[in-house]
Write a protein that binds this ligand. Structure first.
Ligand code: BGC
Length: 502
C-alpha cells in the first residue's frame, strides 16, 4: 500500500490486485493488512487535522469560528426545543387544535425562509459580522418574546421573529467562517457550525426532558435561548470582519490588517492579492442569472433540496413518534431519541476530522449511500410484521445508521459547499437562494410526513425518501465539484463561475 499518506491511503482500494492470488492462503493476511492500512490512513487524517487546527497560527481563527458557530447552536436549539415545549403549551395557551400546534411549529420555518431571503443582501451591504450581530439580537428578542407569550398568536409571532434569525444565521455564519479559515482546515472549521447545530438540537432535547416537572417549564424551554443569543451578539463585537468582504468594499488596508491577525503573520500579500483579483469583477445581483454561474447555482439548490428531501427532519422532529410506531412505550422512545441526538454529534465530529483530508465528495457519497441503506431497512421493518416481532431493535439501528450517515455527508457538506462555490461578488444572494430552497423544502417535508405515511404507508414513505437518496447520489456524481484544499478564489476559477462585470 506504500507510504502512509492520509488522502492517498484512504482512497486506495483495499488489497492489491495480484499479490493475494499469487500465494495460496495469503488473501486473509493481505486483507487484514489492507484493512489495517485503511484504518491507519484514516487515523493519519484525523491526527493531521488536529495538528493543523491546533497550530499556534490557527488558534485565533478557531476561537472566532466558535463564536460565530453559536449561530448554529441557536438554529439547532430553536428548531429542536419546540417538540417538547408543545406538550405543555397545548394546555397553557389552549392550543388544542392541530392547526394551532402546526402554526406554532411552522412559524419558525416560515420566518427562516424570510430571514434567508433578507440576509443575503444584508451580508453584502452591512457585512457578515454585523448581519450575525443583528441575528444575535433577534434571537434574544424572539426568545424573550416566546417565553412571555400569553396567547397562541403571540407565540406564533415571536417564533416568526426567531425564524428570521435562524434563517439568517444558518448560512451567514458558515459564510463568515469559510471566509476567515485557511483553506487547509476550512472544511472542518466551517463544520464546527454544524457541530454546534447538532449540539443545539441535543441540548434542546435535554432541556425539554430536564424541565419536565418545573412550573411554567415551556417558558423556560423557549426563553433559555436568549442566553446564547446574547453571547452571539456580544461575542461577534470582538471578532474581525471578513477580509474578503472588506476587499469587496474597497477597504484593502483593513483587510490586510485582519489577514495579518488571523494568519498570525505579516506575509499575507499573496492571499490579499488573490482576493483582490477575484473581487475585481464587479457584478450586480443580476449577475446571479449569468450562464457561467448556472452550474454552481444548480449544485447549491440541488444539494439544498436533497438535504431535506431525504427526510432528515422527519427523523429530527418525529424520532420519538417513529420509534413509538414500533410498539415501544413513549418513555423508551424518548430515551432512544437521546441516542439519536448523540450519534448526530459524534458523527459530525468524524466529518470535521475527515473533510479536509478525505474530501467533500467521498463523504457526501458514502454518507448518502449509508442513508439510503438505512431508509430501505426502515421501510422493510415497517413492511414486514415478523421483523417487528423478532427484531424490534432494527428500527433504532436503522435510525442510528441514518443519522450517522447524514452527519458525515449531506448534513455538513451542503452548508460547507454553498459557502465555498460562489464567487465573492454574488456570494450573498447566491447562498441565500440555496438557503431559501433548503428552508422551504424543510417546511414541505416536515409537514407532509404524517400525511405521506398515511397515504403511502410508513414503509412507502421511507422508500420514497430512499429513492430520492438514490437520485441525490446521481446528482452528486454528475454535478458536485471537489473543493478540498483550494482557496475560495481557486475554486471560483476552477468552476468557471466568475461573473462578468456589469
Ligand atoms: C439541516 C437541518 C437538520 C440538521 C440536523 C442541518 O444540516 O439543514 O435541517 O435539522 O442538519 O442535524
Amino acid at each position: 500500500m506504500g507510504a502512509l499518506n492520509c488522502a492517498d491511503g484512504v482512497s486506495a482500494s483495499p488489497g492489491s490486485p495480484d499479490s493475494a492470488d499469487a500465494v495460496p492462503g495469503a488473501r486473509g493476511f493481505e486483507e487484514t493488512q489492507a484493512e489495517r492500512g485503511a484504518v491507519d490512513a484514516l487515523w493519519a487524517c484525523v491526527t493531521e487535522f488536529i495538528r493543523e487546527a491546533a497550530a499556534a497560527q490557527n488558534r485565533f481563527v478557531l476561537r472566532v469560528a466558535i463564536v460565530a458557530a453559536i449561530g448554529g447552536f441557536l438554529f439547532g436549539y430553536d428548531t429542536g426545543v419546540i417538540g417538547g415545549a408543545l406538550l405543555y403549551v397545548k394546555h397553557d395557551l389552549h392550543a388544542e387544535s392541530n392547526f394551532d400546534q402546526q402554526a406554532i411549529v411552522a412559524s419558525l420555518l416560515v420566518g427562516a425562509v424570510v430571514g434567508a431571503v433578507v440576509a443575503g443582501r444584508l451580508a453584502d451591504r452591512l457585512g457578515r459580522r454585523r448581519t450575525i450581530i443583528c441575528a444575535g439580537w433577534i434571537y434574544v428578542a424572539g426568545g424573550i418574546g416566546s417565553a412571555l407569550a400569553q396567547s397562541v398568536w403571540q407565540l406564533v409571532g415571536a417564533r416568526l421573529v426567531l425564524g428570521l434569525a435562524v434563517g439568517a444565521a444558518s448560512f451567514v455564519a458558515p459564510m463568515y467562517i469559510s471566509e476567515i479559515a485557511p483553506s487547509k482546515i476550512r472544511g472542518g472549521t466551517v463544520t464546527l457550525n454544524q457541530l454546534m447545530l447538532a449540539s443545539g438540537i441535543f441540548v434542546a432535547y435535554i432541556a425539554d426532558w430536564g424541565l419536565k416537572g418545573v412550573p411554567g417549564n415551556w417558558r423556560w424551554m423557549v426563553g433559555l435561548a436568549a442566553i446564547p443569543g446574547l453571547a452571539l451578539a456580544i461575542g461577534m463585537l470582538f471578532v474581525p470582519e471578513s477580509p474578503r468582504w472588506l476587499v469587496e468594499k474597497g477597504r484593502h488596508d483593513v483587510a490586510r490588517r485582519v489577514l495579518r491577525r488571523i494568519r498570525g503573520t505579516d506575509a499575507v500579500d499573496d492571499e490579499l492579492h488573490e482576493i483582490e483579483q477575484a473581487a475585481k469583477h464587479k457584478a450586480g445581483h443580476r449577475a446571479l442569472f449569468q450562464p457561467q454561474l448556472r452550474p454552481m447555482l444548480i449544485v447549491g439548490v440541488g444539494l439544498a433540496a436533497f438535504q431535506q428531501l431525504v427526510g432528515i427532519n422527519t427523523v429530527i422532529y418525529y424520532a420519538p413518534t417513529i420509534l413509538s410506531f414500533t410498539g415501544i412505550g413513549s418513555g423508551s422512545a424518548l430515551t432512544q431519541t437521546v441516542f439519536i441526538g448523540l450519534t448526530n454529534i459524534v458523527f459530525t465530529i468524524v466529518a470535521i476530522l475527515l473533510l479536509d483530508r478525505v474530501g467533500r465528495r467521498p463523504l457526501l457519497l458514502v454518507g448518502t449511500s449509508g442513508l439510503v441503506v438505512a431508509l430501505v431497512a426502515l421501510g422493510l421493518f415497517f413492511q414486514l410484521g415478523w421483523l417487528q416481532q423478532h427484531a424490534p431493535e432494527m428500527a433504532l439501528g436503522a435510525l442510528l445508521l441514518y443519522i450517522a450517515s447524514f452527519a458525515v455527508g449531506l448534513g455538513p457538506v451542503f452548508w460547507l459547499m454553498i459557502s465555498e462555490i460562489y464567487p465573492l461578488n454574488v456570494r450573498g444572494p447566491a447562498e441565500s437562494s440555496a438557503a431559501v430552497v433548503n428552508w422551504t423544502t424543510n417546511f414541505a417535508v416536515s409537514f407532509t410526513f404524517l400525511t405521506l405515511a398515511g397515504a403511502l404507508t410508513r414503509a412507502g414513505a421511507f422508500w420514497l425518501y430512499a429513492a430520492i437518496g438514490l437520485l441525490a447520489i446521481g446528482f452528486m456524481l454528475a454535478r458536485v465539484p471537489e473543493t478540498r484544499g483550494r482557496s475560495l478564489e481557486q475554486i471560483q476559477r476552477r468552476t468557471g463561475a466568475t461573473p462578468t462585470s456589469t
